[in-house]
Design a protein around this ligand. Structure first.
Ligand SMILES: [Mg+2]
Length: 313
């Protein structure tokens, strides 16, 4: 089973029964009509057993924080601000009280930080721990940034350095140590930068499945191509250092690793100066092209193919 194929199937097999849907499946969140000034955003994400978090490595509190941060990241990627969340748990019969207390200390701490109200949820019994967060937020209509909004000629940028999260996961699996582990265990959304960028950007998306995949998503939805300069991709120092321990090229983690939760966005060149004025750190790494030119990586003046990223299934 391929994650993207399932999403494409679902997208084709559902239809909207009300005129309030501005954007359904196919972006970081759904976008719904709300009032004259704002749209309502809605998103959901599940952490399961050992697919997205490894109970041996994460504390219950860290799991709770990740459950909130990953959804905040999707709301941020629309140009919005999170407001409400619901948490649904599936817990095995033998789950101890300490796990639930720890989990909720993380959920509480992180949601307080963003002023998110937990307004409901559900608890069911099952064979494996599963935590589903549903989050809602609002975006000023003028700040909404959809994946389909990229324009030919836009610069492609990211809000931070990449690669550390996946390097950290690989270290943990091999029972090795390194600073990158911290990035994997303590993911943090970049809501602050996203808020500044939303006014000036065209398309935005958060980096949960890897930079390459997110850029391909933007190109697919906005019917464009893209050129990425390999030497301009910002790689976190700890990822470069720890990749040596793994004996691997850090660029692969930055491009295909995922769960860095920075924002990738496209912006008209003339708007970059406004971000500089607002002290918003960005890294320019490529350009949006006409669709017929394709999506490729520039490596030392040579065109190479952009591979595919992390698949959750
Ligand atoms: Mg996303």
């Amino acid at each position: 089973v391929d994650e993207q194929k399932i999403i494409d199937f679902v997208r084709k097999s559902v239809s909207f029964q009300s005129p309030g849907v501005i954007m359904g499946i196919g972006d970081d969140t759904a976008v719904l009509k709300y009032d004259t000034r704002r749209y309502l955003l809605a998103t959901t994400d599940t952490l399961v057993g050992d697919v997205h978090y490894l109970p041996d490595y994460f504390t219950p509190k860290q799991v709770g924080i990740k459950a909130i941060e990953s959804n905040v990241s999707d709301i941020a990627a629309m140009g919005g601000v999170p407001t409400y969340a619901m948490i649904s748990l599936i817990l095995p019969r033998n789950t101890d009280k300490g796990f639930i207390q720890g989990l909720y200390s993380g959920i509480r701490m992180c949601s307080n930080k963003y002023k998110i109200s937990i307004i409901g949820g559900n608890v069911s019994r099952g064979n494996q721990v599963s935590i589903t967060t549903q989050m809602m937020g609002f975006v000023d209509k003028k700040n909404l940034c959809l994946r389909e909004d990229a324009e030919i000629g836009d610069l492609i940028c990211v809000t931070g350095m990449l690669g550390a999260s996946k390097v950290g996961l690989e270290l943990l699996k091999l029972k090795k140590l390194g600073k990158s582990i911290n990035a994997f265990l303590n993911p943090k959304s970049n809501l602050q930068s996203a808020k500044k960028i939303a006014k000036y950007a065209n398309a935005m998306e958060d980096i949960s499945d890897g930079l390459a995949t997110e850029i391909k998503n933007i190109c697919k939805e906005s019917k464009t191509g893209a050129k990425i300069y390999k030497n301009k991709i910002p790689i976190k120092k700890s990822a470069i250092k720890d990749s040596k321990i793994l004996g691997k090229d850090p660029i692969n983690f930055a491009l295909y690793g995922g769960e860095d939760y920075e924002i990738v966005f496209t912006i008209p060149k003339k708007n970059v100066k406004y971000l500089e004025k607002r002290n918003c750190k960005i890294y320019i790494l490529g350009k949006i092209l006409p669709k017929k030119e394709g999506i490729f990586l520039m490596d030392d003046g040579r065109k190479t193919k952009l591979g595919s990223g992390y698949n959750h299934l």
